[in-house]
Design a protein around this ligand. Structure first.
Ligand SMILES: NC(=O)c1ccc[n+]([C@@H]2O[C@H](COP(=O)([O-])OP(=O)(O)OC[C@H]3O[C@@H](n4cnc5c(N)ncnc54)[C@H](OP(=O)(O)O)[C@@H]3O)[C@@H](O)[C@H]2O)c1
Length: 248
C-alpha cells in the first residue's frame, strides 16, 4: 500500500509511541504478583458473564487458566462454570474481583458506574480488561458522556485505580470464541492502554484467544475501539497499524 507524506509522518509518530511502550514494558519494576509472567496459570475474575465474558472466560479456561464468572445472577454463573469443568467457578462480582489477578469487565456500559462503586476497593491496582462499549440506544446518557470523553478515559474515571487496558471491543463475541481454532494470530486485536503491565497481560491473553495484539496507543485512543470506527471488524495486524497511524 502506497503511503502519502502525512501518513508516513503519522506512522513515524505511531512507531515512536510503540517503541516508548516497549521500553516502558522492559523497564517497569515488577511489583505485581506473578500476573502475566512467563507461562504461569492466571486467576481471572470475570465481571459480567454474558456473551463476551462467557465466551472469553470459556476460552481462557480451555487455555488452562482458573476463571471465576460473576454477574448479578449467580445461578447463571454456576451453570456456566459447571459446563466448563474444574478450572471454572462462579461467585458474586465482589468474589470474582477478589479472586482475579486479572479482571475482565464485560457489562452494558450503563452498569459500569455501579460496578466501579461496588468493586472500588477490590479493583485498585488490578489489571482490568475493558471490553465495554458505550451504546447510546442501550445505555442512555452515560453513553453520550462516555463517547464525548472517549471510551477509554471514561472507563478509567468509572473504575478508578484500576490498571485498565481496552480490548475486545469491536469484533463480535462469536468470532472471538472461534478464533483460537481458526485463525492463529492472522487477525489483529487492537488495544489501548497507559499501563505497561496491563498491556503485557492483555497481550498474552489476546494471543491465547487467537488474535495478534496491536497496541494503538494510550487510553485516550480507546475512543477508537468501538463498533462503527475505522478499526472495527476483523483486520490484519498491519492493517490495524496503518489505520491507527491515521487517527489522533
Ligand atoms: N456482544 C458482543 O459481540 C460485544 C463485542 C465487543 C464488546 N462488547 C461490549 O462488551 C460488554 C458486554 O457485552 P455482552 O454482549 O457480553 O453483554 P451481555 O451478553 O448482555 O452480558 C452482560 C453481562 O453483564 C451482567 N451484568 C449486567 N449488569 C451487571 C452489574 N451491575 N454487575 C455485574 N454484572 C452485570 C449480565 O448479567 P446479569 O444481568 O444477570 O447481571 C451479563 O452476564 C458491552 O459493553 C458490549 O458493548 C460486546
Amino acid at each position: 500500500m502506497k503511503m502519502n507524506r502525512a501518513m508516513k509522518q503519522d506512522r513515524r509518530g505511531f512507531l515512536k509511541v510503540a517503541a516508548t511502550a516497549a521500553l516502558a514494558l522492559s523497564s517497569l519494576p515488577f511489583t505485581m504478583r506473578s500476573v502475566g509472567a512467563a507461562n504461569d496459570k492466571l486467576k481471572i475474575g470475570v465481571v459480567g458473564s454474558g456473551r463476551i465474558g462467557g465466551t472469553l472466560g470459556g476460552v481462557w479456561v480451555k487455555a488452562g487458566h482458573e476463571v471465576m464468572f460473576s454477574s448479578r445472577t449467580l445461578e447463571n454463573d454456576k451453570k456456566l462454570a459447571a459446563s466448563l469443568g474444574p478450572n471454572a467457578r462462579a461467585g458474586t462480582p465482589r468474589e470474582a474481583a477478589a479472586f482475579g489477578d486479572v479482571l475482565l469487565i464485560a457489562v452494558p456500559y450503563r452498569a459500569l458506574p455501579e460496578v466501579g462503586k461496588d468493586l472500588a476497593s477490590l479493583i485498585k491496582g488490578k489489571v482490568v480488561i475493558d471490553t465495554n462499549n458505550p451504546i447510546s440506544s442501550r445505555d442512555g446518557e452515560i453513553a453520550t458522556w462516555a463517547r464525548e470523553k472517549g471510551a477509554g478515559l471514561a472507563s478509567a474515571e468509572l473504575l478508578p485505580g484500576a490498571r485498565i487496558v481496552r480490548a475486545f471491543n469491536a469484533i463480535g463475541y462469536a468470532r472471538m470464541g472461534a478464533a483460537r481454532e481458526q485463525q492463529g494470530g492472522r487477525i489483529g486485536m487492537p488495544m489501548a492502554g497507559d499501563d505497561a503491565k496491563a498491556i503485557e497481560v492483555a497481550s498474552r491473553l489476546i494471543r491465547e484467544i487467537g488474535y495478534e495484539p496491536v497496541l494503538i496507543g494510550g487510553l485516550a485512543m480507546g475512543k477508537y475501539l468501538m463498533p462503527g470506527t475505522p478499526l472495527a471488524g476483523e483486520r490484519t495486524p498491519e492493517q490495524i497499524r496503518q489505520i491507527a497511524a491515521t487517527l489522533k
